[in-house]
Design a protein around this ligand. Sequence first.
Ligand code: VG1
Ligand code: CO
Length: 541
Amino acid sequence: MTLIETTPIAGQKPGTSGLRKRTAVFMGPHFLENYVQATFDGTGGAAGKTYVVGGDGRYFNDRAIQVILRMAAANGALRCIVGQGGILSTPAASNLIRKTGADGGLILSASHNPGGPDADFGLKFNGANGGPASESVTAEIYARTQDITAYHIAETQDVDLGALGQQRLGDMVVEIVDPVADYAALMEDLFDFNAIAALFQGGFTMRFDAMHAVTGPYATAILEDRLGAAKGTVMNGTPSEDFGGGHPDPNPIWAKDLMDVMYADDAPDFGAASDGDGDRNMIVGRGAYVTPSDSLALLASKAHLAPGYQGGLAGVARSMPTSGAVDRVAEALGISCYETPTGWKFFGTLLDAGKVTLCGEESAGTGSDHVREKDGLWAVLLWLNILAETKMSVADLMAEMWGTYGRCYYTRHDYEDVEADRANAMFDGLRARLGDLAGEVFAGQTVAWADEFAYDDPVDGSHASAQGLRVGFEGGGRAVFRLSGTGTVGATIRLYLEQLETNAARLGLDPAEVLAPINAAALALSDLPAVTGRDAPNVIT
Ligand code: VG1
Ligand code: CO
């Protein structure tokens, strides 16, 4: 065991979901080691603990795992449970932590960010409940990165990550497990696999775009091998270190291959995609893209059709920028709907306390109390279970939902790589004017209310401030401004636009057209184009 002297490295503050940096930064001297030691120290030390370790297979995944294992051993950990080949999707890691009673997990991923030597890498810590570290734990880890003086690491040979079963690393046991088996078993518990298999047997067709990322092996094992979907249902199913050179973010822009398939004349019945680490999902029917906010609402309204949820839902939760569609379903069901800040860590207390069963975010994350992470393949299987039970098409299900609850037209505009100073100037300027906006008219839209979102956790009482600037308009429109917390260069401004429509004659319109007035008002009242020097978003989802 060796004690290596080090000094604090600036910039190790975790964002919305763990620490994300350029891969080269993560590979720099002591960078990974400092952060891992701070993680152990900030969570009560590793002595006697059991950890789950795995990642999305991106460049540097395997080497980083070897370092983490040597450091866990040197810090006195009892056992590390590692996905074979170093692979674990984020939801599978969450499940393993819960199932094995581990004290926590280290998940190596920068999720939807591209991977490779010139792209991004990330690491996050999940607690014993299987969920992302809370704000207070994260703050503790960050504090340790700022006063670190040394780290412990064992001098040993590499662990064979490919060999299933037990190995020893000093006094620590390393157990290499099949990354898919336990997760697939959990899915089989929750969903009616016979009904879904019968659906495929009856000629139902689908495409699942794994985007060269971690869900490839999971989707192939579950959809093709167990449920009998045709070979080739899973596309881009072999994980690669740089995700095939792509951007593993399942939205209509980055999952364009799938969108082209789903909007072709011979489109299959159902399409889905997942992100780098398998916690996001995109749902698209034949010629019918489903926004994540609408998907959450639909799943909430029909979850009882799946065996795992047949008793109904305790409640639901959505992140603040997510549309109000699920609120309308919750109201009809007579259950609570919680509004939390962006990031899955804020759902943990509600799930642990049994206050909510389902939760979701507009960024293509949906999940339930089966684990403590969002879960891409889970959402796809719940959709399949609902499709099997209702025998309706995706488009018909959406039309039925909008007819019942109204339609929350929704879109998100991302202004990426904005100069940080300019982005901050825009937020500061708007924040200063928020109190005076009500009653003002911008581009023909009258402001009804405006505030900065803050959250008091109803379970543990913790407070989160500065979680986004919100402006509500008369007539049910809303614009939200937020700064991304997952980027690695510059600032990304996210502008979330929403308009509720309950007029039955106006439920099938083009979202871009419906939302154009809200967008114009948001740009006018924030002065975004002038302050940032940007006249259009880079990505519209
Ligand atoms: C984004 C999303 C947020 C999500 C987070 C992590 O954060 O907006 O909803 O929870 O990514 O997702 P931000 O701060 O960039 O807006 V994942 O799949 O990248 O771990
Ligand atoms: Co992800």
